[in-house]
Ligand binder design. Structure first.
Ligand code: V47
Ligand code: SF4
Length: 372
């Protein structure tokens, strides 16, 4: 082991914060097993042997989008044959399906439609919340909030408060991509900047809304851009404490403008997972999103820093349009089996990390699971 790695080992063992330079040493000098051993130590310190999952569905009200992010296979032009916009009836039918299946959460994100007013996005939240108040609505990425500001000329803080009063429960972590401007300028030139993304999450946290954070890796970014991204998130978390979960997202190249790039390997997926756990010392949870990783890698990731594998997930489009060959849905029985086989204890959580108790009459929220 190099002296720099030995020093990092001491820091990990004593719970001391890792610097940007330490992150670069992890990226360039640490082998997979060392990363796994250290990330697992931190994971078990924070979450014991538990692996969380939830029962949720995805709703993407439209795929029409004014932007053209080069990694996106989901978006469509206004007049494209694959363009769609869901009607109120379709949205309500999807929410009814989720409610009937015992989902605790609906994850709502989509494109920025050229002709849809701000009120349409707000109406979707009201419509679902009034019909199915028990469904937690985790809705709209910072990129969408930034778009709503452009549509209305109103500050995002006011918009977030208006949505919260209409039934918004929390914010998903999408749209973060890679914060560094050198990369952002190449993969998503026009949409919300890193500063916008971070400001919107800060405002959400200050309004009492929790949120998640993501990082899109495995395209044109370099290790220094990933470490920079993680440190910016860590700094905001120091300020607000409002982030719940970090989700590293591997780029899927099929049907995108970067389709010439290879898919991230299993080793890269596990390395990024472990380094994220080690750098984000103030994030309670790290999610191995099985839809993106495939269930086999997600299962192994539970020993490389991850303590959550997201949900049963029905109607996922963003990854499936980009070539993911994961199934659309895993049953609770299958998720629990895979977690148990990985030597972990499965615990169903709701979006805000309360335990979910299932009874013959339905589900109820149990105790709040400790956030470390
Ligand atoms: O922001 C888009 C990514 C994100 C591709 O908060 C792609 O719990 C890979 O954020 N290859 C949206 N990634 C998904 C997301 C998410 C997913 C699961 C859980 C949560 C949560 C959030 O998906 C986008 C972008 O970074 N993305 N296209 C692609 N071709
Ligand atoms: Fe639009 Fe989001 Fe796709 Fe970018 S990633 S093109 S903002 S749908």
């Amino acid at each position: 082991m190099t002296p720099a790695l030995r020093r990092i080992q001491e820091k990990v063992e004593s719970g001391e914060r890792l610097s940007f330079d330490d992150g670069m040493v992890l990226e360039t000098q640490a082998d997979l097993f060392l990363l796994g051993e250290w990330a697992n130590m931190v994971r078990e310190r924070k979450n014991g042997n538990i692996a969380y999952y939830n029962v949720n569905e995805h709703l993407n009200p439209t795929n029409v989008c004014v932007y053209r992010c080069s990694f996106c296979a989901f978006r469509a032009d206004l007049k494209s044959p694959k363009a769609y916009v869901m009607s109120d009836e379709e949205i309500l039918a999807r929410a009814a399906e989720a409610d009937n299946r015992g989902c605790t959460e609906l994850h709502i994100v989509g494109g920025l439609h050229h002709q849809k007013p701000y009120e349409w996005y707000l109406h979707i939240i009201r419509l679902i919340h009034e019909a199915y108040p028990r469904l937690h609505l985790k809705a709209y990425t910072a990129v969408e909030w930034d778009w709503f500001q452009r549509l209305t000329g109103r500050p995002t803080r006011d918009l977030l408060a208006e949505f919260r009063d209409a039934g918004l429960g929390s914010l998903p972590g999408g749209g973060a991509e890679i914060f560094h401007p050198d990369i952002r300028a190449k993969i998503c030139e026009y949409k919300a900047t890193a500063e916008d993304w971070l400001r919107i999450h800060r405002e959400a946290h200050e309004l009492g809304l929790r949120s998640n954070a993501t990082m899109l890796y495995g395209h044109i970014e370099k290790p220094q851009h990933r470490i920079d991204h993680l440190i910016r998130l860590r700094e905001l978390q120091d300020e607000t404490g409002g982030f719940q979960t970090f989700i590293p997202l591997a780029f899927h190249p099929d049907n995108t403008r970067m389709s010439h790039l290879p898919k991230a390997s299993g080793v890269t997926d596990l390395r990024v997972m472990a380094i994220s756990r080690l750098m984000l010392d103030n994030f309670p949870h790290i999610k191995a999103y099985w839809v993106m990783l495939g269930m086999k890698t997600a299962q192994v990731a539970l020993s490389f820093g991850a303590d959550d594998i997201d949900g049963t997930v029905v109607h996922e489009k963003i990854y499936h349009d980009a070539g993911s060959d994961s199934p659309q849905e895993l049953s609770v029985t299958e998720i629990r089996r895979l977690i148990e086989e990985a030597g972990r204890t499965p615990v169903e959580r709701d979006t805000l990390y309360h335990e979910v108790v299932r009874e013959s009459t339905g589900w109820r929220t149990g105790r709040r699971l400790a956030l470390v």
